[in-house]
Design a protein around this ligand. Structure first.
Ligand code: LRH
Ligand code: MN
Length: 435
């Protein structure tokens, strides 16, 4: 871990306090006013605010760098150059937003020479490690076999074995970092009709996942991430939630389905898929983002905020029925034209907003309207929650958790990006690609 002589810049606690002191009185007035309004609806603003304080979502290590597309990537100033600088940026996000205490690493992009040192580095910054992500969708120097024609489902057993070994390696690294889960997403599939035997490929997928599952530590969970297209452009092996569900059931109770919101065809009813996976007991977690067309990895809630609310409506309803219900929440976004830190702060806030709004739904009334087929009132019951401005609850939750009332304003006032641009030599406009 080579670093300049001077300690890397960190946002001073005093700056956050100064930021909050200028806004506290207004916030308290807004929070009290919202409290009165919600009390008339039988809702307790204090209970909702502490629930918002407990809301957490993991940030992707690959999300703090500028993302790109297959055409180009335009790196911004102060790009993190390695996993250490990525953790510094994740720490700044959690310092201001107070909702992202865990980081999801991607191996080998974040391969630590010394996992123990990385674990204590993270701990010093109030961070821990969430799900590990393996990568058998790119070839890396020194690899014996190429994944051009697939990885865990490749027709050549030697290539599958290489991919299995990589996943076992990622588990071992994760164990040393204190992670408790592995997310497996593969790009395996075909670009031409006839290129892949659909059923044989899925059999190979199951055989490989069985080999990984057999070596999964007792207290770990394995997440299967489906995706309907890209990088394969005609068929993918783990193409949809149904296939993922069937595989998770085949593999075992610690194998669950992960829903990446961008991995569905446009206009797919994702909240219905979420309800199905909840009912089938196989909803493991999420990669939250938004998209207009393909797997655009846009900021959560930036295109379809009502869909995000409807997803949380299913999650809050499920948690109401089963206190143990705790799917893993992660962001998985690519920030091509915004400051990645600002986008992650905003996106974590949008998830928290959808969670709090979904917690406003008057569920007994909704159940009555659904039972009596009072369609309009059932829909209005959801819309009333979605159209409630809960910003005072989100800001108060941040304030009470030691964060910033307006994290993006505080981030800009801190000059963090400019300081990092001075500390971290600019990276040239590199090759295309998401990272
Ligand atoms: C695939 C995916 C997967 C990650 C990658 C960065 O589209 O969503 O979760 O490994 O993005
Ligand atoms: Mn994903």
């Amino acid at each position: 871990m080579l670093r300049g002589m001077a300690e890397p810049f960190r946002i001073a606690r005093e700056l956050v306090e100064l930021h909050n002191s200028a806004r506290r009185a207004e916030l308290e007035a807004d929070h009290a006013h919202l409290g009165k309004q919600l009390a008339r609806r039988g809702l307790d603003v204090e209970r909702l605010t502490s629930a918002a304080q407990r809301f957490e979502v993991a940030v992707p290590s690959w999300g703090v760098g500028t993302g790109g597309t297959r055409f180009a990537r335009f790196p911004g100033p102060g790009e993190p150059r390695d996993v250490w600088e990525k953790l510094d940026d994740c720490a700044a996000i959690h310092q201001l937003g107070r909702a992202t205490p865990r980081v999801s690493l991607h191996i080998p992009w974040d391969e630590p020479e010394d996992p123990a040192a990385l674990a204590s580095f993270a701990q010093e910054r109030g961070l821990a490690f969430d799900a590990m992500n393996s990568n058998t969708f790119q070839d890396f120097a020194g690899a014996k076999h190429s994944y051009k024609f697939g990885s865990l489902t490749h027709t050549d057993a030697a290539v599958r074995q290489q991919a299995i070994e990589h996943n076992l390696h990622v588990i071992r690294v994760g164990e040393r970092l204190g992670s408790k889960s592995l997310t497996v997403w593969i790009g395996d599939g075909g670009n031409f009709p006839g290129q892949v035997h659909f059923r044989a490929a899925l059999e190979r997928y199951l055989e490989s996942l069985r080999a990984i599952h057999a070596r999964l530590p007792e207290d770990w969970t394995l997440f299967l991430e489906h995706k309907f297209y890209e990088p394969a452009l005609y068929s993918t092996v783990l193409n949809d939630w149904g296939t993922s569900y069937w595989c998770a059931r085949e593999l075992g109770e610690r194998v669950l389905c992960l829903v990446d919101l961008g991995h569905h065809a446009p206009n797919t009813n994702i909240e219905l898929i979420v309800a199905r996976l909840i009912q089938f007991g196989k909803l493991g977690g999420f990669h939250f983002n938004d998209s207009k067309y393909g797997d655009d990895d846009l900021d959560s809630g930036s295109v379809h905020p009502f869909q995000l609310f409807l997803v949380f409506n299913e999650l809050v309803d499920a948690a109401r029925r089963d206190a143990r219900f705790a799917p893993a929440y992660m962001l998985d976004q690519s920030h091509n034209v915004t400051d990645p830190i600002e986008s992650l702060l905003a996106s974590a806030g949008e998830l928290q907003r959808s969670f709090v709004q979904a917690s406003l739904v008057e569920r007994d009334a909704l159940a009555r309207y659904q039972q009596s087929n009072d369609v309009l009132m059932a829909h209005r019951t959801l819309k009333r929650a979605f159209t409630t401005d809960v910003e005072p609850i989100l800001a108060m939750a941040r304030l009470r958790s030691g964060g910033a009332i307006d994290p993006i304003d505080a981030f800009r006032a801190s000059g963090y990006r400019a300081r990092k641009a001075a500390e971290r030599p600019a990276v040239s406009a590199s090759r295309s690609g998401i990272v």
